[in-house]
Ligand binder design. Sequence first.
Ligand code: DGY
Length: 321
Amino acid sequence: MSEKPVLWVTRKLSASTEARAARDYCVILNPDDTLASADDIVEMSRKVDAILPCHSEIFDRDVAGRLASRVRIIANHSVGVDHCDLEALSSRGIVVTNTPDVLSDATAEIAMLLLLGAARRAAEGDILVRNGQWRSWSPSFMVGHQVTGKRLGIVGMGRVGQVMARRAAGFDMEIHYHNRSRLDPELENGAVFHAELDSLLEVSEFLSLHCPATAETRGLMNARAFSMLPDNAILVNTARGALVDESALLEALDSGKVAAAGLDCFQTEPGGNPAFAGHPNVFMLPHIGSATFETRDAMGFRALDNLDAYFSGREPRDRVA
Ligand code: DGY
């Protein structure tokens, strides 16, 4: 590279990521970590060759249409790309990349935490002790659902789903999955494939979502899907809020069809859905699936690897558009 490309890093990233970006690019950082509006993105696009955004910056059809032609690549710091209208960006000749693989372990950890926390009433128990309201104990106190040996249904057996399956196997869970295609036997590792989502739902005492939010998967967990689960099923979502019809989930929780839920993702982010707050059997986290020090570095480096490849004339490894 003769002259360094101008790169806008939209959010505050790990120190190592920002140091590497500053070394290799003429970088515009965001030390205050402010959120860019659509107009901010369009305005900034006039000054930069590349953007390194997170899922918090929305590149919908409108923004894609208004981006300055100077922008050549959007190297996302996320595996999910549902915040990007890939077709619209591609039609503008803008390359788009993501950061697969590197967040699978961290996200599966949070999925396991939510699964265990929802089953064993972690939020409820924490609140009791924290607020000084734990005043008695008896064998009938705070009884939850055992995880060991239960059936776990995984929707989306990609990288995160596969790590989740391995972690859950450590709890002797019987793994079932639904995926666009069946995995090879060595990757499947004894898990039971369901070609149809419905047949997975019917057997899933626990159900964990690991598929991207696309036109096909939005609202996947609707009233009909919840009704197909076994009674007292437990739902875990670390993928995207858009996969779950939250009103249907609330109804399923209220009717007792769904015993508990562990949610890291919501239809509205940040903020979540205040209606869940009245449900002690919902264990919630604020979209922190990939939030570990190690994974933040790895995501930042992977995004920079994609930029480096692009600006040295090579195909970026994680090109999605
Ligand atoms: C992802 O990478 O998609 C995570 O949700 C964090 O953005």
